[in-house]
Write a protein that binds this ligand. Structure first.
Ligand SMILES: [Fe+2]
Length: 250
């Protein structure tokens, strides 16, 4: 009996928004999707959850994934061809999740970057420590017409004891994108509690899947079929407060 209900909720669970702003679906450019077949499977999961537009934000990090607009566009074109052949009802966009490090600084200064529509840039902080000068960098981006989005702020542990930094960054017009995987508890209790705290404090602008594989997709599908997710959506009126679709107007 339990399994039947579980399956039913999985099939019916839809997100209230249609734009996924964070994913690792492009094939073969980071430790997300390995090939076009896996990418298509992940896109089918997105469609099942009601997503119609996907920002493909592959990692760009020093030494590990030194992607360029050219390498990302090549992977995107490969996937777009397959999406067309399969006739999938979903639109994909090539962009990146830029780790703020020496490679980012070099590429940014050279103007060699691939933003999302509307010059939005998804940025990832270091997981070890806050970057010195991050406030100036966020300011500089905005002066140049970019709109920075901080990826999964709830995952940076060094902010847990100094939440005023969240407020400072957010009030400097940096948008915050929380991972649904964090809300589902995938990254542990600290990330989950901080994700809820960000929502409670009006510091969560967007939600993202950050899916790297089908395991992530399945966790998200299960979670959005749960009572916990429904209660969170109702309690904090998430459908009206989360701006994924409004932000991009695609
Ligand atoms: Fe990511």
């Amino acid at each position: 009996m339990f399994n039947i209900f579980k399956k039913k909720s999985r099939e019916e669970a839809k997100l209230f928004y249609h734009t996924d702003v964070h994913s690792h679906i492009l094939p073969g450019v980071d430790h997300g999707s390995e090939d076009v077949g896996e990418s298509l499977e992940m896109l089918r999961a997105e469609i099942a959850m009601g997503i119609t537009h996907v920002m493909c934000t592959s990692h760009v990090t020093a030494e590990t994934f030194e992607n360029t607009p050219e390498s990302l566009t090549a992977a995107y074109e490969l996937l777009q061809k397959a999406v067309d052949e399969e006739g999938l009802p979903i639109k994909i966009y090539a962009s990146a999740e830029y780790r703020i490090d020496e490679y980012w600084t070099k590429e940014y200064e050279a103007g060699h970057i691939l933003p999302m529509p509307g010059k939005r840039i998804l940025l990832e902080n270091s997981f070890a420590q806050e970057l010195i000068g991050i406030d100036n960098m966020m300011f500089d981006l905005q002066v140049k017409g970019y709109r920075p989005i901080l990826a999964h702020p709830e995952r940076y542990r060094y902010y847990y004891g100094r939440k005023e930094r969240y407020k400072a960054l957010h009030s400097a017009s940096v948008k915050f994108q929380v991972n649904i995987l964090s809300l589902a508890g995938y990254f542990g209790s600290g990330a989950r509690e901080t994700a809820v705290w960000l929502i409670q404090n009006n510091l969560c602008d967007m939600l993202g899947s950050d899916m790297h594989n089908m395991e992530h997709a399945q966790i998200i599908m299960d979670y959005i079929g749960s009572k916990d997710w429904r209660k969170l959506c109702e309690k904090y009126d998430l459908p009206h407060r989360i701006v994924n679709d409004r932000e991009f107007e695609l």
